[in-house]
Write a protein that binds this ligand. Structure first.
Ligand code: NDP
Length: 607
């Protein structure tokens, strides 16, 4: 048997038939493809009778509009915005204002407080700035509440509450050429000015609902998981949903959120129907409390070393040790299908592809066997088996999800043949000819992943000569330097995953970006630059680099079951990410900074 993780090994003596698996995967994919693709979804905001209100903020909150000036303004109070604020503070920026739609810091961890919420990336590498704050998380995988409180602690530590504006949405950014600053308008009538603007408005900020016919006719209670209604369910993020003791609950969706929610619904509701379209792959979790001796033994620089080790391991950079040592790191090779690297470029392409595929079959066989071992009813177990390649869907981890289907009060309803739930009536969810009468429908149907306010048009940005950023990109194609700055939009920095490199530990990626932005701003301050803006040559060269390095993921993604990873079954022909992967990208940024890159973005003041 080949070592599953190493494409250098020969492939032989398999105890399964690869061709049969390929055929099964194709059939399962075809069963789920919908002609309407991404158009099947609706936005949560105010639609379909499902509440989009912030359950945690004061609905009566008011304040006077602001007409002041700050040095740096950050759009978004999640980890990207917090890291931008923290790194800018360390770089010496004076007034820093974070504008956040929610009632406090935290971003996705502010909105998502559903029962069972945890981060599935190890806490010691996911929670940023642990050493700066002198904190070690209490569990290997942290609960959402601890993460949210850590976000607030970061804001306190770096003085980011001082100028923060909560319950405020930026409605537009306009560059004022004369003053060399941005005019920032909000839905609270503010018209503030800022020399630098960093946009980190989130990749999971717009919740979505399925466009199920009749959704608005439902008379029972309903909400999205990112607006969990504890006044109805009782309990809190640790469970104890006593309000559901006499309720029949429908949960729609079986992604990473549902995997964490289902065990709590199963424990507390009278009856639970889980409506599944595509099963998630569910690997072992193995959460455990932090060993206090280990925490005490940590040496300065430990977090950075651990984050970098994880990033290297999961993106194919050979390491002698695996510090995190979990299901992410043990399946590292398979993740290159989502986040490409040029590891193993020395192995001929065909051989490499076959070795990857075999390793993938082995991993998925292992996960399918796990379902059989855990789930007692063979029919239910069969429905819970994922039939696709590992990175077609985001892998999930739980030691309680599959087990919940052994409860007599929990029923799995497979909706693959009908492309999802068919209909919702006044009191029921309908699939095939069965009406499942319920008191409550909970939508675990996810977010417009990766669509920031800038890309969705919700946050219009007008740069030099009034040019619209989105319009410019739509007519000329995406053009940036490192994905962070763009010509015509001075002193504007965009955090996220466009024309750069991402990773499953996205907070690490955001920290590298925020640190880079802060160093650029520090240099601009030091040299009293007029503004920061990439030269046309630097930007064009970066776009060329992105095109040259782009990994061809089209074939892999086209064969996957539909989902947000492959644009609902219609993958984009061209990847916009840096094909050498995040480790190489971070090195490139460091080299750029130390070897004169600043001259590509700093526009000197006129004498
Ligand atoms: P997802 O988008 O991952 O899942 C949505 C689910 O809804 C899918 O199972 C989807 O099925 C299902 N669905 C959509 N429409 C229908 C329909 N008409 N009928 C039936 N089912 C339907 O959302 P999540 O909230 O689970 O996750 C959102 C993001 O948050 C992801 O990026 C996830 O990785 C991340 N996350 C991260 C966590 C972490 O610990 N780091 C924890 C939780 C979430 P189908 O697959 O067939 O489309």
């Amino acid at each position: 048997m080949p070592e599953p993780q190493d494409p250098h090994n020969d492939v032989q003596d398999l105890d399964f038939d690869p061709e049969a698996l390929r055929a099964r995967y194709r059939a399962e994919r075809d069963r789920r493809i919908r002609p309407d693709g991404g158009a099947q979804y609706r936005h949560l905001a105010g639609e379909a009778g499902v509440d989009d209100q912030d359950p945690y903020a004061d609905p009566e909150f008011t304040r006077e509009p602001l007409h002041d000036r700050v040095e740096a303004l950050v759009v978004g109070g999640g980890f990207g915005g917090l890291l931008a604020g923290a790194r800018l503070r360390q770089a010496g920026a004076q007034e820093i204002r974070v504008i956040e739609q929610g009632g406090d810091f935290g971003g996705t961890w502010y909105w998502n407080r559903y029962p069972g919420i945890h981060c599935d990336i190890e806490s010691y590498i996911y929670l940023p700035l642990l050493e700066e704050l002198g904190y070690v998380p209490q569990w290997k995988y942290a609960p959402g509440e601890e993460i949210r409180q850590h976000a607030q602690a970061i804001a306190r530590h770096f003085g980011l509450y001082d100028h923060a504006c909560f319950q405020t949405q930026v409605t537009g950014l306009r560059w004022d050429e004369e003053q060399s600053e941005w005019v920032v308008r909000t839905d609270r009538g503010d018209e503030m000015r800022a020399r630098y603007v960093v946009v980190s408005s989130g990749t999971l900020s717009q919740a979505k609902l399925p466009g199920i016919p009749g959704i608005e006719t439902f008379r029972g209670h309903t909400f999205h998981t990112s607006r969990w209604d504890y006044t109805y369910t009782g309990g809190d993020a640790s469970g104890g949903l006593t309000g559901l003791a006499d309720k029949r609950v429908a949960l729609i969706g079986t992604g990473a959120t549902a995997i964490q929610v289902v065990p709590h619904l199963g424990a507390d509701a009278a009856q639970v129907y889980v409506f599944q379209r595509t099963p998630s792959s569910v690997d072992v979790r193995g959460n455990r409390p932090t060993d206090p001796q280990w925490a005490k033994s940590l040496k300065p620089g430990w977090q950075r070393r651990r984050m970098e080790n994880f990033l290297k391991v999961v993106t194919g950079v050979r390491q002698d040790e695996d510090l995190v040592n979990d299901a992410w790191t043990s399946s590292a090779r398979l993740q290159e299908k989502l986040i490409p690297t040029n590891a193993y470029a020395d192995v001929p392409a065909e051989e490499r592809e076959l070795a990857y595929e075999i390793a993938d079959f082995q991993k998925m066989n292992e996960l399918r066997s796990r379902v059989e071992t855990v789930v007692e009813d063979p029919e239910t177990a069969e429905k819970l088996k994922p039939w696709y390649r590992y990175m077609c869907k985001r892998p999930t981890f739980s030691d309680h999800y599959l087990q919940t289907f052994n409860r007599p009060s929990v029923t799995l309803v497979d909706t693959a043949d009908t492309h999802g739930v068919e209909r919702i009536t006044e009191n029921a969810v309908v699939v095939g000819d069965v009406e499942y009468e319920v008191d409550c429908i909970i939508f675990a149907t996810g977010f417009d992943v990766g669509r920031s306010g800038v890309l969705s048009g919700k946050l219009p940005v007008y740069g030099r000569d009034g040019a619209g950023l989105l319009q410019t990109w739509m007519t000329e194609g995406l053009k940036t330097l490192h994905g962070l700055t763009t010509r015509g939009f001075p002193n504007l920095f965009l955090l996220g995953s466009m024309q750069n490199a991402a990773s499953v530990n996205f907070v690490h990626i955001l920290d590298e970006q925020a640190s880079h932005v802060a160093e650029v701003v520090a240099e601009a301050r030091k040299r009293q630059a007029r503004y920061v803006e990439p030269t046309a040559e630097a930007q064009d060269a970066w776009v060329t680099t992105i095109r040259q390095k782009a990994a061809d993921l089209y074939k892999f993604q086209a064969e996957c079951t539909p989902g947000y990873y492959n644009n609902e079954g219609s993958p984009r022909e061209r990847s916009e990410s840096y094909g050498d992967g995040p480790v190489a990208f971070h090195e490139l940024l460091r080299r750029w900074r130390s070897q004169g890159g600043m001259r590509e973005v700093l526009v000197e003041s006129e004498a």
